[in-house]
Design a protein around this ligand. Structure first.
Ligand code: ADP
Ligand code: MG
Length: 675
């Protein structure tokens, strides 16, 4: 049997079992070997029967003295009672509906593992793990045993047997990782790691096995990331830009801005200009919290493209954002006579003769247009998947690419999944921004909270210094859309009639048509609405200067970094602003929001508490496939990065590492690695 064989090659696995295994994502022999136990039960304490005590979890070994099977009166159940003995005593076992045990047990030596109970004054095991002992050492008893996630028709016991069988019978079990890497990093070899994963002798074995398998996962991610980076480096640039001769104009543009740039903004601009001077396409990620002023940095790059008499693209994830950027850029560029166009599925403005074209990612499908541009800016980068970015392999050469994100990404993660990007980070916020006062509000105070908000907003209408509020409901999965919309709609009606009856309240949800959304957003922006209830977070990046209050319902469902981004929707106008995190539970994690104002710090706190799964952008990079590794394994991450680098330094095309290359294919389009 080969590790690459289909699962039906394993003896005893027919089409029926294969179907069930598919539900667990198991198609091949290797999938079975990498099937991760949910937990382990320690049955390694073996006791003489005479010494077992009530409540103990133990294994006993003995001879079957008697076993009977009977119907339970009036029911269709059968009950099996057995007595097991050794030199020190005997104990009773009870099973249900397993009449076959009679033939299996009778006269044999068996191993029994479970928790000892007392029935009357007798010690018993109810439905324990069992096996007939044919040789020394068992699979299900007398050791640490693996428990697998449950699925119908596949028991842990069945899996243990099949996996043990496969481990004993699989041939050619080559370790794809070079021996040198294994030694340097003190790793267990692969076959031992898989053995220990399923049949550990000790807790230590489990840890070491997990360490090895985690290393592999991170190594492949790192390899893919380095390869993507090298690939980008080898790309031709479509249009070379002239920078130095335009520095005066750029400085003039910056000097005419209504504010002074922060030092971080200036640094990011010079990093970008340095990239734009190059003969190869820029691939830079500009990362900075919401409100840190990324747009104006992008504007400088767009301006440079126009000064070179070339066209550029600015892409946003939603129509609303595209429209907003269109307005911002039109204003920014009007003094310098740069024409901005807008194209979305519902509008087209100045698209023909624009220098800078703003739009949604629908723009990417216009290959003709793409050919003629020198720079693409992608806002809220995490929303674009790898596929969408892979458009950037035009034969005519690639334009410069600047991607922007407000998603705080811990450095270790950035290096792993965005390894192909150069990163500029803005930490400093523009001067004068006030801290957004943040409170976790538990259930008992929700009503009071709404009343306070109503008073605050109503008061502001009287003074004329308007304030507005967002109320956000989480939308976790696409499939929940309808229920969430219903919840938000009924909540909207309740609030409108209740605490907010003297205010104008709007409702925005994902099922509205783009022009309806647009209309509601516009009324909010034009202050016709005081309060906007929204089901989604699609409008990240939306700029409403008078919004001072952000309420997040069911806040516990969000990652801290996401909450931080939502909080960034308010406090844009140097006014006192508030963020209320409504939650039905008491959550220490949420409390971190009250005292932390750095997106990166919050992301790192969440990484420690919840692992990396919530961090945007990870999914698109195959990292959600991590089974054994976690981004909080910073030690393993570092080791894997170094090893990946070493491997590729010596063998850039992985010619001597064909197995590694094969395994990379799920992360990387292998056409990029010609032989
Ligand atoms: P984000 O990084 O979230 O995209 P924006 O670019 O939308 O942030 O900037 C938020 C607001 O801050 C905008 O109104 C912008 O004009 C303003 N802004 C940007 N840089 C500065 C600065 N250095 N000083 C003051 N205000 C700034
Ligand atoms: Mg922005």
């Amino acid at each position: 049997m080969q590790i690459t064989d289909r699962i039906t090659q394993v003896s005893g696995i027919g089409p029926a079992y294969a179907k069930r295994l598919e539900r667990l994502g198991i198609y091949k022999v290797s999938d079975l070997l990498y099937h991760k136990p949910l937990r382990y039960i320690d049955y390694s304490v073996v006791s003489a029967i005479g010494q077992i005590q009530e409540g103990e979890t133990v294994t006993i070994r003995g001879k079957v003295k008697t076993i009977t099977s009977n119907f339970i009166r009036g029911r269709r159940l059968t009950i099996q009672r057995a007595v097991i003995e050794d030199e020190t005593g005997e104990v009773q076992l009870t099973f249900f509906n397993q009449p076959f045990l009679v033939n299996m047990f009778i006269g044999n030596m068996v191993g029994i593992s479970g928790t000892v109970k007392k029935f009357g004054n007798k010690l018993t095991f109810d439905q324990p793990e069992y096996e007939v002992l044919r040789s020394v050492g068992g699979i299900h008893t007398g050791r640490i045993v693996a428990v697998y996630p449950q699925t119908e028709g596949i028991s842990s016991k069945w899996l243990r047997v099949k996996i043990a069988f496969v481990l004993n019978n699989v041939e050619n079990f080559d370790d794809p990782i070079p021996i040198k890497v294994i030694q340097e990093n003190n790793l267990m070899n692969l076959s031992k790691a898989l053995n220990n994963l399923h049949h550990p002798e000790s807790i230590n074995d489990i840890e070491n096995a997990r360490g090895r398998l985690a290393f592999d996962e991170l190594l492949y991610l790192q390899l893919a990331s380095i390869i993507r980076k090298r690939l980008w480096r080898s790309k031709k640039l479509s249009t070379k830009l002239e920078v130095n001769s335009h520095l005066t104009e750029i400085n003039q543009f910056i000097a005419n801005l209504p504010f002074d740039l922060t030092d971080d903004q200036k640094r990011a601009i010079s990093e970008i200009l340095a990239d734009l001077r190059n003969d190869r396409p820029m691939n830079r990620l500009l990362s900075g919290d919401v409100g840190s002023g990324k747009t104006v940095i992008a504007a400088v790059a767009l301006y440079l493209s126009s000064l070179n008499r070339t066209r550029s693209l600015f892409m946003a994830p939603t129509e609303i954002l595209a429209t907003q950027h269109y307005q911002t850029l039109t204003k920014l560029f009007s003094p310098v006579n740069i024409k901005v166009g807008l194209t979305t599925s519902s509008t087209k403005q100045n698209t023909q003769d624009s220098d800078v074209l703003v739009g949604t990612h629908a723009l990417l499908h216009d290959q003709n247009y793409l050919k003629s541009i020198s720079l693409i800016v992608v806002d809220e980068q995490h929303r674009f998947g790898v596929q969408q970015r892979s458009f950037l392999s035009l034969n005519s050469g690639n334009p410069h690419l600047l991607t922007m994100t407000a998603t705080p990404i811990p450095r270790t993660i950035a290096l792993t999944i965005y390894g192909e990007l150069d990163v500029s980070t803005i930490v400093q916020m523009p001067k004068g921004r006030k801290r957004i006062k943040t409170f976790v509000v538990d259930k008992s105070k929700h009503i009071k909270g709404y009343d306070w908000i109503a008073k605050q907003v109503l008061g502001s209408k009287k003074t004329g210094d308007r304030e507005q509020a967002f109320i956000v409901y989480p939308l976790i999965e696409e499939s929940e859309k309808m229920t969430e919309i219903k919840a938000a709609t009924s909540e909207y009606l309740k609030l409108k009639k209740g605490p907010f009856k003297n205010l104008n309240v709007g409702l925005l949800h994902g099922k509205l048509k783009p022009n309806q959304k647009q209309k509601i957003m516009k009324s909010f922006k034009d202050k016709k609405l005081d309060i906007l209830i929204s089901t989604t977070v699609i409008e990240v990046g939306m700029d409403i200067p008078n919004a001072t209050i952000m309420v997040v319902e069911h806040a516990e469902r969000f990652g801290l970094a996401q909450l931080h981004q939502l909080r960034g929707r308010v406090g844009r106008n140097n006014k006192e602003s508030w963020c209320f995190l409504f939650s039905d539970m008491k959550s220490e994690r949420l409390k971190a929001m009250e005292t932390n104002y750095s997106g990166i710090t919050l992301a790192e706190i969440d990484l420690r508490i919840r692992g990396g799964g919530d961090i945007f952008g990870i999914k698109q990079h195959g990292a959600s496939e991590l089974k054994f590794a976690s981004f909080s394994d910073s030690g393993i991450l570092r080791q894997a990065r170094k090893s990946a680098q070493d491997i590729l330094d010596k063998d850039p095309k992985l010619i001597d590492h064909q197995n590694i290359k094969k395994n990379l294919s799920s992360l990387l389009d292998l056409k990029v690695l010609p032989n």
